[in-house]
Design a binder for this molecule. Sequence first.
Ligand SMILES: [Fe+2]
Length: 135
Amino acid sequence: MEKIEWNEGFSVGVRKLDEQHKVLIDMINKMIEMQNITVDSEVVSEVLNKMTEYANFHFNTEENLLKEHGYPEYEAHKAMHKVFRKKTVAFCMDTMVHKKSIPEEIVSYLKDWLTHHILTEDMRYKPFFKEKGVW
Ligand SMILES: [Fe+2]
């Protein structure tokens, strides 16, 4: 599976959020790498757990910023994060039962969701923050 490569096209114009997106991308890339090697099941669930934790932290940062500035699509955006939050918790449960690699469908879901979310959904708030002078 190809890794995600961050480029300017991923920039939402707010430095803090870009940095957090990069961390998330790195974490998913790590999982893509792990698919090719046999690792301890504990390592697998640790990586996934960390990513889930970080995703929650990032969503909170993003949601707070959107709310603070009165983003009109705040509720809808938050709802999209919620779907991902739920999914990743379920994935964590799955991998806790001794898997030696992260199933491809999980990695593929995480990769596709995040890429689509940043490039399509997060991009919608880019002009909003720009207008508000948030960068
Ligand atoms: Fe988002």
